[in-house]
Design a protein around this ligand. Sequence first.
Ligand code: PLP
Length: 400
Amino acid sequence: MNESLMATYNRLPVTFARGEGVWLWDTAGKRYLDALSGIAVCGLGHAHPAVREALCDQAGILVHTSNLYRVGAQETLGETLTALSGMDSAFFCNSGAEANEAAIKIARLHAHRQGIEQPAVLVMESGFHGRTLATLSATGNRKVQAGFEPLVQGFVRVAYNDLGVVETAAANRPNIAAILVEPIQGEGGIIVPADDYLNRLRELCDRYGWLLMLDEIQTGMGRTGHLFSYQGSGIQPDVVTLAKGLGNGFPIGACLARGAAAGVLGPGTHGSTFGGSPLASRVAHTVIETLRCDRLAERAAQMGDYLLAGFRRALDGTAGVVEVRGRGLMIGIELDRPCGDLVGQALEMGMLINVTAERVVRLLPPLILEQTEADLLLTELTGLILGFLETPRDSTKLEG
Ligand SMILES: Cc1ncc(COP(=O)(O)O)c(C=O)c1O
C-alpha cells in the first residue's frame, strides 16, 4: 500500500477508474456491481447526469463565498429540506460526524439554558456516530474509542431496542437532556429495532422533556423506503442529522432541528468554513430533486422487499445463517461466524459488498438498482455465502 498515506484504512487491492449507475470499472477494465454505494453515499449511482450537470455548471459560476454572507443556494436547500422533513431550521456542514457534533452541541446548549449544569445525552450500545472525539465518545463500540481516552464526558449508554433501560436511566439520571439514536443501526450490524421503538422513544422524550435526536446519516435520503426513515414511524424528531446520500458523493452534512431546538444555535455558537457552500448546496438540492422526481425512496422500498424476500427464500433455514433482515435497500445477512473473507471473494467475482460487526454481510446498493441487477446480486451473493458456509471453518479465525 502507499506509504505516503496514513494507514487509517484496511484497503482492498483495487482502484476504480470510473463508474456508471450501479457499475464500477477498475483500472484494468474489470466491471463490478456496486452493492455498497460507497457506504450508503451514491444513492443515485455513479456519474449521475443530473449531479454532473449541477457540479459542472455551478463550478463555473461560484464555488465558495463564506458564511459571512448570505448564500442563496444554501437558503434554497434549507427551505427544501425543512419542508420535506417537517423540521424548522438547518445547519450545514461537511460530514456525518460534524452533523452529529452540531446535534450534541444543540442538546448541551439547550440543557444549559434550562439550568441543567452537566447535561448528558443518552446513546446506544453498538451505535455509531462518527470519529471525532465527541462522536466516538457517543459511539457504542470500544474498538472505535480505544486509545483516545479521555473520552468526552456527558454520554449515558444503554442497550438498543430496549425501552426498560431508557426508563431506568430516566429514573437515575436527572441530567439527561436528549437521546441520540439511529433508526436502524448500520455499522452495528443492520440492527432493526421493534416497529414501535421510535414511537415509544418519542413518548419518553416528551414525558421527560428530552430532545429526540435521530442520526439518519446512513438511513436517510430514501434508503429505507422513506426520504427520512422516521417518516415510516409517523413521528417527528427534534433533531435529525444527515450526510452520506445527501450529496451523492459530494461532501455535505446537515443538522435539522425543530421547535425549541431550532433556535438554540445563534451567532458565534457554531460554524463551518465550507458548510453549505454554493456548490455543495446546489448539488444536494439536485440530489433531493432527483430522488423525488424518480420516486427513489419508493423504489428502495420495493427493491428492498424483493431482495429481502429473495435472500430469505434462498438462505432462511440454512445452517450458519442467523438472520436476513433490513428495511428498504439497507440489508444485513447475519452469519454465525466471522465472515470478513467474503468481501475479498465477492470482489474477485466482481461484486462490492461489506461486512460489519464481524458477522453481518451488509448491502447498501444504489437506490436506482434495477430488477435484473438485483437478480444478479441475489444469485451471485447467495452462491458465495452458501459456498463460504460449506467451507470447513478455520479455527484461528473463529476467535475473531
Ligand atoms: C449512522 C452514522 N452516523 C455517523 C457517521 C459518520 O459519518 P462521517 O463518516 O461522514 O463522519 C456514519 C458513518 O458511517 C454513520 O453510519
